[in-house]
Design a protein around this ligand. Structure first.
Ligand SMILES: [Zn+2]
Length: 271
C-alpha cells in the first residue's frame, strides 16, 4: 500500500508539473499576443566581466573595458531615443559583479529584456576568426559549448559557486528540468531579439556573423526574462580588436543593438 501511495503522489507531482508548464506557456502566449496592453518598460544592460575578472584579452585591450564602453553607449542611446523605456545597468564602473547578482538585479527591476555585452575570443593567441555571435540560453550541445564554458568561467572566481548556481558542475537533474521549463517561456522571444540584432550587424554594418546559437550560458538562464548575450567581435583578432576599441566601432555596435531593440519593442507592442 505505501508503494501505491507513493506512486500516486509521484503521478500527482508529474501532473502538477505538466499543469505548471501549461500555465507558463499560456502566460507566454498572453505576453506575445495581447498587443494592446503589453508595454515594454525596462531593459537590463549587462556589461560582461569587470574588476578582478578581465574576461578575454586582446593584444592590448581587455574584454571588461570594451564591454563597459559599449554598454554605456547603448544606455545613453536608449535614454536619448526611447522615451518611456528605463535602462538598468548591472554595472557602470570597473567592478566585479557575480553572475547570480546580475540576474538578481535584472529580476528585481522586472526587466522585459536582458542584454549582455561581451567579446568573443578563440583559443589561439591571435585569432583568424572574427565577427559577431548572439547567444541565447538553450540545451547543451557538447560541440557548441566553447563560448558558454568561457563566459561561465567567471563563477570560478566566486566563492561557493556550487551552492549559488544550482549545483553547477554536479548532477542536478531536477534543477535542470525546472530551469529548462522556465526557459521555454522566454526562448522564442530571446531568439527573435537575437535575430534582429544579427540582421543589423550583417546588413547595416557589414559585419561577419556567426549567427544566433543556443548555449548553456548561466547568466541568461537565471534571468526571468528574454535574454541575449552579444559577442560583439573577437578581441584577439587584430582587425576586430581595433574596431572594438574605436569610438566609431563601439557606436556602430550600440546603434545596431538600439535599432533591433526598437523593432523588438514595436513588434511586442503591436505598433
Ligand atoms: Zn565574456
Amino acid at each position: 500500500m505505501p508503494a501505491i501511495y507513493l506512486k500516486s503522489n509521484y503521478i500527482a507531482f508529474i501532473l502538477f508539473f505538466i499543469a505548471g508548464l501549461f500555465c507558463i506557456n499560456s502566460s507566454f502566449a498572453q505576453d506575445a499576443t495581447s498587443h494592446s496592453t503589453f508595454k515594454f518598460k525596462t531593459v537590463i544592460v549587462d556589461a560582461g566581466h569587470g574588476g578582478k575578472d578581465p574576461g578575454a584579452h586582446g593584444a592590448y585591450s581587455k574584454e571588461k573595458n570594451v564591454a563597459l564602453s559599449i554598454a554605456k553607449k547603448l544606455r545613453d542611446l536608449i535614454n536619448d531615443e526611447m522615451s518611456g523605456v528605463k535602462v538598468v545597468m548591472t554595472r557602470s564602473t570597473d567592478v566585479f559583479v557575480e553572475l547570480h547578482k546580475r540576474a538578481d538585479i535584472a529580476n528585481d527591476n522586472h526587466g522585459n529584456l536582458f542584454i549582455s555585452i561581451h567579446c568573443n575570443s578563440s583559443p589561439q593567441k591571435r585569432s583568424t576568426e572574427r565577427g559577431t555571435l548572439l547567444l541565447v540560453y538553450g540545451f547543451h550541445r557538447s560541440q557548441e559549448q566553447r563560448e558558454a564554458l568561457r563566459e561561465n568561467a567567471s563563477i570560478y572566481i566566486e566563492k561557493d559557486y556550487k551552492d549559488k548556481y544550482n549545483g553547477y558542475g554536479s548532477d542536478a537533474v531536477v534543477n535542470t528540468i525546472v530551469l529548462n521549463a522556465f526557459q521555454q517561456k522566454y526562448r522564442k522571444q530571446s531568439i527573435q531579439f537575437g535575430d534582429l540584432v544579427d540582421h543589423e550587424f550583417k546588413k547595416t554594418d557589414g559585419r561577419r556573423s556567426h549567427g544566433v546559437k543556443e548555449q548553456g550560458v548561466l547568466v541568461l538562464a537565471q534571468s526571468g526574462m528574454p535574454a541575449v548575450l552579444v559577442e560583439t567581435g573577437f578581441i584577439n583578432n587584430a582587425s576586430d580588436e581595433e574596431y572594438l576599441n574605436s569610438s566609431s566601432g563601439q557606436t556602430e555596435i550600440a546603434r545596431s543593438i538600439l535599432r533591433a531593440l526598437k523593432q523588438y519593442r514595436d513588434n511586442l507592442e503591436g505598433r
